[in-house]
Design a protein around this ligand. Sequence first.
Ligand code: PEP
Ligand code: MN
Length: 339
Amino acid sequence: MIVVMRPDAGPEQVEAVEARVRELGYRTALTAGELQKIVAVRGDTAGDVRLDGLGDLQGVERVLRVQKAYKEASREFHPADTVVDVGGVEVGGPRVVMMVGPCAVESREQLLETADAVSAAGFPILRGGAFKPRTSPYSFQGLFIEGLRLLAEARERTGLKIVTEVMSEADVQVVADYADILQIGARTMHTFRLLERVAETGKPVLLKRGFHATIKEWLLAAEYILKIGNPNVILCERGIRSFDDEFSRNVLDLTAIQVVKRESHLPVIADPSHGTGVRDYVIPMGRAAIAAGADGLIIESHPNPAEALSDGPQSIPAAEIGQLADEVAAVTAAVGRTM
Ligand code: PEP
Ligand code: MN
């Protein structure tokens, strides 16, 4: 439910509405638009007729029930764009935020060499998996806590922020102790208890779209995090599975970026590495995603992709990160954004 204030409503009238909402047992979120303020009522408001009385308070223009299934994720609930603050790096604002690094943290040398290249390119965030969701149990599963320690060392050395995946509820605390952004992978987008535990950390969450998920299911997964009271959700389009995997691993759904921008206030980035699965397509599709409105890109890179323990064929050589920066910067400027 949202309470739309009249354009001439004063701050004391807005405060009175917020106070009444809290008195009824709900949390509030205030959006200040250009003309009007909107008080969003957070929590399960369905069937609570007491809330209808909010319409009679001074300064209130109207009270609306949000019809969307993904209530808190919807634009109606929060008309302004959400900007997620990752320790000073803003995702969802004018800057196109680049998150680059290896698929998996494999060794100190591998990670630090990549981190140095990411930092030299002027990118703000380092990616790297310590807990890897692999299709085969015989594939490299990650360095676990040692991987997290190496990520922390890379952050210490470069000042880059860290995004890394958390796969299970059991690891949420330790991953949160190290990461600046907790990544939920495509395979666990539907693991609802994990979403709730991750939300409780209060940290920014990078929520990848499941390769099997509709846009609505993806937004409902975000809703699980928002409902707990953690507003720091960054969506990530990483490609969906289709009938044709002969030339590319997935179909990077660029329309989804525009749909999400319309339906939701949350920032959305794209992952052209998993979206295509093919190194040569990563930069072109990353550029296309920025042109389509993406707030950032997450891209895999490795000092020597031929020897990578996971996702080598879609990884950009670390030595080419500078070229990535140049090519992406041109499109970023063309759409009036910064890098
Ligand atoms: C990854 O980022 O390395 C990863 C496993 O991604 P996804 O969950 O999108 O497959
Ligand atoms: Mn990967």
